[in-house]
Write a protein that binds this ligand. Structure first.
Ligand code: PLP
Length: 359
């Protein structure tokens, strides 16, 4: 049985986290705006809990198959997960991941910790680096290179060595991958992206497996959230849950369009390389030409929105190295494409004209 009970995931997305269907009850979990609660209830102060959070956490926990906590942003969730590394501890990680993670790992090194970096597809290297490590960080596909990791092998090896494993599951979403079922200890999400899906909120999630090992981890993550004070606003969480209702529909459309665009871009005269992981709604392209040529492509679109971020209903594109914090392992001429739910022909016509106009 899946963590969503007897329900198909599409149905669970619609029905999870709703109030009990009692006469007169609201159909949606309301936004609860209260910083404190009358004593002796299940919640006592809004930095430790909120009924709107609980609804969202029930939904995410069911989807990933563990216990979820909502955080103020994806970075809030990542910071909480990295707080599990002991002082002067060792982390194994891909050499290219989301740049916020890259920067936090650099900070961990500056504080006396060690980071062993491997190319995401170097599975044997990852496995050998696990000896004596405290935590392995996994992101697959990697953002923005779209490299796919061998999750099963790395997670099995981590578990066998007692190394804590964390998977950033933002790009696949729980519909594309359920890392806890593969043996991961913690999943993190930037729920800002596909989960909320409308580019209107920042939110993060951590999910911990329900096994004995997970119990202690869940408490530590909760403590980190409570004491760091990086908590999500109830309205943002309400919007996150509303966005989640349509995740399956949005992803179905966006993924089909991404596959079609990847095929058409392959062999396009203005494209040197297509980086498409084979599923999902993200791809990257290396433009034929330099950084300026890639910038001209981004500036020449009308339907695609030239903006950072991903996972919204609107298609977005960006030359990633325009972000000063992006690692140098990302080519200067790489454009990341987040495919939305517009009509495929409009997206293609817009991208094609921008690519042809740019050289
Ligand atoms: N993880 C991945 C894979 C991301 O792409 C991002 C943001 O782009 C984050 C984490 C950080 O999330 P947030 O911007 O919600 O803090």
């Amino acid at each position: 049985m899946s963590a969503t009970g007897d329900l198909h995931v599409d149905t669970f997305l619609v029905s999870a986290g709703r109030p009990l269907p009692e006469p007169g009850a609201p159909v949606n979990q309301p936004v609860v705006l209260s910083s404190t609660y009358v004593a002796d209830g299940t919640v006592n102060y809004a930095r430790t809990g909120n009924p709107t959070w609980t609804a969202f956490e029930e939904a995410l926990g069911g989807l990933e198959g563990g216990r979820a906590l909502v955080h103020a942003s994806g970075m809030g969730a990542i910071s909480a997960a990295l707080s599990l590394v002991p002082a002067q501890g060792t982390v194994v990680a891909p050499d290219t991941t989301y740049n916020g993670t890259v920067q936090l790992l650099e900070a961990l090194e500056q504080a006396g910790g060690a980071v062993r970096r491997r190319h995401a597809t170097d599975t044997a290297g990852f496995v050998s680096d696990l000896d004596g490590a405290d935590l392995v960080w996994i992101e697959s596909p990697t953002n923005p290179l779209m490299d796919v990791m061998d999750l099963r092998t790395v997670l099995d090896a981590a578990r066998a060595r007692g190394v804590l494993s964390v998977v950033d599951n933002t790009l696949p979403t729980p519909l594309g991958c359920r890392p806890l079922s593969l043996g991961a200890d913690v999943v993190v999400h930037s729920a800002t992206k596909y989960i909320a899906g409308h580019s209107d909120v920042l939110l993060g999630v951590t999910v911990v497996a329900d096994d004995r090992r997970g119990a202690g981890i869940g408490e530590r993550l909760m403590r980190h959230r409570t004491l760091s004070g990086a908590i999500a606003g109830p309205l943002e969480v309400y919007l996150g849950l509303r966005g989640l209702r349509t995740l399956a529909l949005r992803l179905e459309r966006a993924s089909a369009t991404a596959a079609e665009l990847a095929g058409r871009l392959d062999g396009h005269p203005a494209v040197e390389r297509v980086r498409y992981p084979g599923s999902g709604a993200m791809l990257s392209i290396d433009v034929a030409g330099d950084a300026d040529a890639a910038e001209r492509v981004c500036a020449a679109t009308h339907v695609w929105v030239h903006s950072t971020s991903l996972g919204g209903v609107e298609s977005q594109l960006e030359r990633r190295r325009r972000q000063p914090s992006e690692p140098e392992t990302v080519p200067d001429n790489l454009i990341r494409l987040s495919v939305g739910i517009e009509h495929v022909e409009d997206l293609w016509a817009d991208l094609d004209q921008a690519l042809r106009a740019a050289p």
